[in-house]
Design a protein around this ligand. Structure first.
Ligand code: UDP
Ligand code: MG
Length: 313
């Protein structure tokens, strides 16, 4: 029987926490009595520097029921960092961790499927939304665009998967060796490799409280995702530069023809050609410098170059 920990980041979730506590208590008890998880399994709430009564609710739940545990972060560090804090804190005490949102949007009944996939030897099980019906049209279309763009740029994200996933202790240990400061778990976890599986679930509406991801945070999250995983934007600058420089050569020929056929005002040829040529060379140079900065940037992340799955001796 595996020991399962559930990690939930919470930021100002006082409105929804009571129902979350109830739902998880039911689920965990059912799984324990069915003998699917060990009695040492726990639910861990990570309070991400909430300013409301979130932490008091967690403390009280812990006092009443040892099933519940809490980790308080020193300040608000954002969803991704809160998740990482939870994972790293509990990884040595369990066989697997499921991360999910505190607002009950992730279906607790999908946990069964995740455990099944874990029992079959998967180290990572992704919770994937079977549809986006409950999203607004805006969120649905921007999310679709984002995943498509990310994959185009070469980051392998799992489409329609957020942070509802099961990770084995082994996968979490591997994750630990990624020392990036700009954390984007959705992009990193697929890089870990290992045997993985997807479990589909219907994402519900937020049970109570309101979203902690307003448009501004969503945009900065998307930008973080792109710039943490791809140097392609820099390549695009270099490419534009090369194209404009090529255009300048064409312009040079054109201007010279105009010049020698005498159809120009004096001074026009040199001016026109230098504008194009200089602009192109500048962009191209920025792109090349950017290429090196990109390398420094990837190096400074100190990402591991390999991860060992099994060790026979
Ligand atoms: N969250 C967090 N820190 C933050 C923002 C959000 O820990 O700075 C948590 C939040 O409490 C929730 C999860 O991240 O458990 C997802 O946030 P939310 O439900 O507001 O996002 P949405 O589902 O609207 O995208
Ligand atoms: Mg939510």
């Amino acid at each position: 029987m595996p020991t399962l920990f559930i990690v939930l980041p919470c930021y100002n979730e006082e409105a929804v926490l009571p129902s979350t506590l109830h739902a998880l208590h039911e689920k965990m008890s059912a799984l324990m009595s069915a003998g699917r998880i060990s009695a040492e399994s726990h639910v861990v709430f990570v309070d991400d520097g909430s300013r409301d009564r979130t932490w008091e609710i967690i403390e009280q739940a812990h006092a009443e029921d040892p099933l519940f545990r809490g980790i308080a972060l020193s300040r608000n560090r954002g969803h991704q960092n809160a998740l990482l804090a939870g994972l790293m804190t509990v990884k040595d005490e369990c066989d697997a961790v499921i991360t999910m949102d505190a607002d009950l949007q992730d279906d607790v009944d999908a946990i069964d499927g995740m455990l099944e996939a874990f029992a079959q030897g998967n180290e990572i099980v992704y919770g994937v939304r079977s549809s986006r019906k409950t999203d607004t049209f805006f969120k649905r279309s921007t999310a679709r665009m984002f995943y498509r763009f990310m994959n185009m740029l070469g980051a392998e994200t799992v489409a329609d998967h957020a942070d509802f996933r099961l990770m084995s202790a082994k996968a979490i240990t591997a994750l630990e060796s990624f020392e990036e400061v700009n954390l984007f778990l959705r992009g990193i976890v697929p890089l870990l490799g290992f045997k993985s599986e997807k479990v589909y679930y219907e994402r519900k509406e937020r049970t109570a409280g309101e979203t902690k991801y307003p448009l501004k945070k969503m945009l900065s999250f998307a930008f973080e995702g792109i710039t943490s995983f791809s140097v392609k934007p820099i390549r695009m600058i270099a490419l534009t530069g090369a194209l404009i420089f090529f255009a300048s050569v064409v312009m040079l020929v054109y201007c010279l023809i105009r010049h020698f056929t005498g159809q120009t005002v004096s001074g026009w040829t040199s001016l026109a050609v230098s504008i194009w040529a200089l602009g192109g060379i500048q962009l191209l140079s920025i792109g090349i410098i950017g290429e090196y900065i990109g390398k420094v940037y990837l190096e400074s992340k100190k990402r591991p170059r390999y991860i060992i799955d099994k060790y026979l001796k």
